[in-house]
Design a protein around this ligand. Structure first.
Ligand SMILES: O=C(O)[C@H](O)COP(=O)(O)O
Ligand SMILES: [Mn+2]
Ligand SMILES: [Mn+2]
Length: 525
């Protein structure tokens, strides 16, 4: 091509926060990032709320919407917003899927499985309430709820707030003809919500409690949560699975003739459990022991290429004109690499929730296997291993555009462990120095940015001056850095810039005319 290669680094979860309080990014020793920020063209860009297609500016960013915006140069209404609209207009209940679900369980139960919170990253409790209410109106008699406790997109020990809320809601709905109750549950990082096949054993554990009704027994979800908290001290996302029983019997195993709705709208952590429900006898990820004959549907279609799940209630955004597609048209050779935890972020999310490549010949994707450990124990994760392989790819001269995601700021940030998160950010900085050197060796251009904040705010904001410090595990509403190294450009400084302006900027740096559908480049002309 004769063009200068462009390397883009997403430092997952590394936002900009002017306050030092709980700020693991500022607390980290990060000479390379500091030097780049001080000496290179840079700007701050938005990564949350309306800038990434979420319902409001109160919604923090997340990896799905962040990488979608980065990789497609446009702002699409995202799952959270689409489901809101679909419920508000009532269209969701006019779908064949909904009527099929209702009809299918005429003599059985309707099960709702999903993340119980108002985090709005994977799900929203209001969506669940709307589905339950309508199920009752449509004549469903028995509803069972399988709850995944959050504490990752919401405060780390907030599960009981949502349990109480939904139990009160069910109590109001329950009458002589309708009965809804919680049947099983567990922490979202302990059961069911694995992603990118990092740890199928989590899904197997979820299958056992939700479907088979096998697990430690409790009389209520509150009892389970309180008992586990007292025994283990773990936070909500890590609480073990539990089964609710009455008179020695699980109240809501999933049986032939039942219907099951996964009320999460986000795809990554919804796919594996969906495969377990949809899969025929050839399913071999774990032994399901018993596979009930149910109608299963997702709140959204999680992967349109792979048709997961077969039935769904809301169409995902149809993301068109992605950067990868455009670059392929120009013969640009692309390379994407991350470790398992974020591999799908730089491929599937980046390409508009598409799991197939646009052009086999032009694209190479590499996954480095993530550790299966609590990440506060190994905050460096696989940053060095990613860099080994990435630098070799840069120096090979075989690629024109290379992108990577370093998960540390985010994955360690989600543990709520400040010290470990500082080390996570420092690990990324160490690798950044190596990437920069490789970029220099090929006379390339380096872009450093992030998909949303997390490590930049590790403590919940205090409500009272003398309140104790409380760890914050979720993402933030903060802006993220955008830095260009190795190119003599001037960057715009504009309140309205966001992640969706990055694709056009990459095209500019590669000497390609940005697609007309994209938001404008950040480079001043
Ligand atoms: O799934 C998760 O781990 C969190 O809910 C969101 O994190 P991510 O958007 O950075 O993946
Ligand atoms: Mn992220
Ligand atoms: Mn995250």
């Amino acid at each position: 091509m004769g063009k200068r290669p462009v390397v883009l680094v997403v430092m997952d979860g590394v936002g900009i926060n002017n306050s030092e309080y709980g700020n693991a990014v500022n607390a980290a020793y990060k000479p390379t990032l500091d030097e780049l920020w001080a000496n290179c063209p840079n700007t701050e860009i938005s990564a949350h709320g309306l800038a990434v297609g979420l319902p409001s500016n109160e919604d923090m960013g997340n990896s799905e919407v962040g990488h979608n915006a980065l990789g497609c140069g446009q702002i699409y209404s995202q799952g959270a917003k689409l489901v809101n609209e679909n419920i508000e207009s009532g269209e969701i209940f006019e779908t064949e899927t909904w009527s099929g679900l209702v009809k299918n369980c005429a003599n059985g139960k309707m099960h709702f499985l999903g993340l119980l919170s108002d985090g709005n990253v994977h799900s929203h409790i209001n969506h669940l309430k709307a589905l339950m209410k309508r199920a009752k109106e449509d004549g469903v008699k028995e509803v069972r709820l399988h709850i995944l406790l959050d504490g990752r997109d919401v405060p780390e020990t907030s599960a009981l707030i949502y349990v109480e809320d939904i139990e009160n809601y069910m109590a109001e709905l329950n009458d002589d003809n309708f009965h809804a109750c919680i049947a099983s549950g567990g922490g979202r990082m302990s059961i069911t919500m694995d992603r990118y096949e990092a740890n199928w054993a989590m899904v197997e554990k979820g299958w056992h409690v939700h479907v088979l009704g096998e697990g430690r027994e409790f009389a209520s979800a509150t009892e389970a949560i309180e008992t586990y908290r007292a025994e283990t001290g773990v936070v909500d996302q890590d609480l073990p699975g539990f089964v609710i029983t009455k008179d020695g019997k699980a109240v809501g195993t999933i049986e032939d003739g039942d219907s099951v709705v996964l009320f999460n709208f986000r795809g990554d952590r919804a796919q594996e459990i969906s495969l377990a429900f949809d899969g025929d006898d050839s399913f071999d990820k774990f032994d399901r022991v018993r596979k009930p004959n149910v109608m299963y549907a997702g709140m959204l279609q999680y992967d349109a290429d792979l048709n997961i799940p077969h039935n769904f209630l809301t169409y995902p955004p149809k993301i068109k004109y992605t950067l990868t597609e455009e670059l392929c048209k120009h013969g640009i050779r692309e390379y994407a690499i991350s470790e398992t935890q974020k591999y799908g972020h730089v491929t599937y999310f980046w390409n508009g929730n598409r799991s197939e490549k646009f052009d086999e010949k032009l694209e190479d994707y590499v996954e480095i296997k993530s550790d299966v450990v609590p990440f506060e124990q190994r905050p460096w994760m696989k940053a060095a291993e990613i860099t080994d392989v990435l630098c070799a790819a840069i120096e090979s001269g075989n690629y024109d555009f290379l992108r990577t995601n370093y998960p540390n700021g985010d994955m360690v940030g989600h543990t709520g462990n400040f010290e470990a998160t500082v080390i996570g950010v420092e690990s990324v900085d160490l690798q950044l120095a190596r990437v920069k050197k490789a970029v220099d060796a090929v006379n390339g251009i380096l872009i450093v940015t992030a998909d949303h904040g997390n490590a930049d705010e590790m403590y919940e904001k205090k409500k009272k001056e003398d309140a104790p410090i409380k760890a914050k595990t979720s993402h933030t509403l903060n802006k993220v850095p955008f830095i260009v190294y190795g190119a003599d450009v001037e960057l715009k400084q504009d309140e309205n810039l966001g992640l969706s302006n990055v694709a056009a900027t990459v095209a500019d740096l590669l000497g390609i005319e940005p697609n007309e559908h994209w938001n404008p480049s950040i480079i001043k002309k």
